[in-house]
Design a protein around this ligand. Structure first.
Ligand code: A3P
Length: 291
């Protein structure tokens, strides 16, 4: 078939969707010269790994369990998408944001902004998800891409190949996750897994709160977990839509572990094991592939 992939810029070696900016050199400078503040909190991930979910948990921890219908992109802006966006309503001046800034990013460990001063480091919460569910979730996100007109078209068969070959936004899943996994013991890095959140949300909300030095009552922890369950977040779906006319948010689809099974043929699974899973072997990083 005549399938085409999403169009990217190469920004500091990272595939960044070209619909985010028309000035990739400016974006590269913005990232390189970004001044972090010690009280910044970054939620970082490879796309489709549960970013929106962890962002909402962090936001509610900082806001005593409030629920906001304000769009999450304004409450918790996405660095590489909004820094140099050509549409004015999508452009965020991070320097002008009050502290503490809550920032989403999909950048790799080496490209993510950090302070040159060791004693002045901000916090990074990284969330990783099993790559088979990531690939399927990423593929479904292409429905949203089509609306934005980023040049992508093609079936799962095509997308899964691009994913394995790293020809997608933010490149190879394995490089991204391993880059952050190596830093998991840094005192200012919290490494989370989607499947763990799925298994036990309240204790992960507590883990996140502890990492952020927030003391929350059991009642509040449980309420945040309830409000940040898939169902809870669906109730406030408006907050995760780009356009209010959208029927559903592209960030809240199924929210399950193991959905990949109805997409992977035995051949694809074999290729995936060889070319993706093989690369994380021996690193200590493991995933649950079913609930
Ligand atoms: P699916 O497409 O598999 O449903 P990101 O925010 O990184 O783009 O990730 C989106 C994925 O996280 C989607 O996966 C979405 O449904 C899932 N997700 C979002 N909020 C969730 C929640 N509260 N519980 C479980 N999964 C959630």
């Amino acid at each position: 078939g005549e399938w085409t992939s999403e169009k990217y810029w190469n920004v500091l070696g990272v595939n960044i969707p070209d619909i985010f900016t028309n000035d990739p050199a400016l974006l590269a400078d913005y990232i390189v010269y970004f001044d972090t503040r010690a009280d910044d909190v970054f939620v970082v991930s490879y796309p489709k790994s549960g970013t929106t979910w962890v962002q909402e948990i962090v936001w509610q921890i900082y806001n005593e369990g409030a629920i906001s219908s304000e769009k999450q992109i304004y409450r918790f802006p996405f660095l590489e998408d909004t820094a140099c966006n050509m549409s004015e309503h999508m452009q965020i001046d991070f320097k002008a944001l009050p502290s503490p800034r809550l920032i989403k990013s999909h950048l790799t460990y080496s490209t993510t902004p950090r302070s040159a001063n060791k004693d002045d480091q901000c916090k990074y919460i990284y969330v990783a998800r099993n790559p088979k569910d990531v690939a399927v979730s990423y593929f479904h996100f292409t429905e949203h891409w089509k609306k934005e007109g980023n040049g992508y078209n093609g079936p799962w068969e095509f997308f899964s190949k691009l994913f394995i070959e790293g020809n997608v936004g933010w490149n190879f899943w394995n490089d991204h996750v391993l880059g952050w996994w190596k830093q998991k013991d840094d005192p200012n890095v919290l490494f989370l897994k989607y499947e763990d959140l799925h298994k036990d949300l309240p204790s992960n909300v507590r883990r996140i709160a502890n990492f952020l030095n927030k003391t929350l009552s059991d009642e509040l922890i449980n309420r945040i977990a309830e409000q940040c369950s898939f169902k809870g977040m669906k109730k406030n779906e408006i907050s995760y839509k780009f356009e209010s006319e959208e029927k559903t948010s592209p960030y809240l689809r199924k929210g399950v572990v193991g959905g990949w099974k109805s997409y992977f043929t035995p051949e694809l699974n074999e290729r995936f094991e060889k070319e993706v899973m093989e690369k994380i072997k021996g690193t200590g990083l493991e995933f649950d592939f079913e609930a």
